[in-house]
Design a protein around this ligand. Sequence first.
Ligand code: GLN
Length: 302
Amino acid sequence: MSLIIKELMQIGESALEKAGCMDPRIDTELIIRFLLSINKQQLYIKWGEVLDEKSCEEYFKLIDIRAAGMPVQYITGEQEFMGIPFKVNKDVLIPRQDTETIVEEVISEIKSRSEQRKAPMGGYQILDLCCGSGAIGVSLCKYLTNIKVTAADISAGAIAVAKENAESAGVSKSMKFVESDLFRLLKKGISGTKYHIVASNPPYIERNIIPELQREIREHEPIIALDGGEDGLDFYRRIIKDAPDYLKQEGMLFLEIGYDQGESVSSLIDQSGRFSDINILKDLAGHDRVIKAKVKAKVKAK
Ligand code: GLN
């Protein structure tokens, strides 16, 4: 059976709606565009065209996969972030729009430093911890010319995806990749490097909340990238403890947080006694989303 694209899309949309998908229309469009390798404009031109039987079959297969709960980004293998297309697969979290907040904050910090003084030789050193797909580090390299980013992640699969994304965004020369459980390998390997900025979007979901998340997240996104331990704060504790040793003088820590973690994470930072200028910043939806803090100068022993 061959069908007209417009009809195919109507059928797909109602199937996804019935299956309880959040954006049936958008997902249907993304699936058909992926199948035909065409952009939005080309889709509107092809609207009335007939699709051959084989393509129709393939299309319904993909619609079924989406209806069964797989996020559309894992079907198409792509998600846009900061206006840049990122490759994604099951090894990485799909970059969220919320995470653009931390990128924008780091960009404005580097820009304001660059206005105040000359950029350091070799550029500002930035560490992207728990880099996943590389969304934060790659975007920073794309929007800032005077930086070098080290991207670290515990997952070899994630590092592979991040490298590909750096390559296709044309920023590999500004990036270095390390497979490491937070700072662990940095301690042994490329130690000596201290950073102007450590930025991280670590796993921060409370463990007992995970079974209640949307099935798209719960069943398909990597749990290792979401699970922040019993109270969701495990990674913040470790990062806050070690980050001061990796920050240059006046260095800054930027952390993405859950909308309800502003108070708990800022008090962890405060209690460490190693940071000043702790600020909670909001995302576009008005939720607490990022905390920034400046490392204190080390007090010399008497
Ligand atoms: N904000 C993400 C979510 O709600 C979680 C990101 C993370 O744990 N770093 O799925």
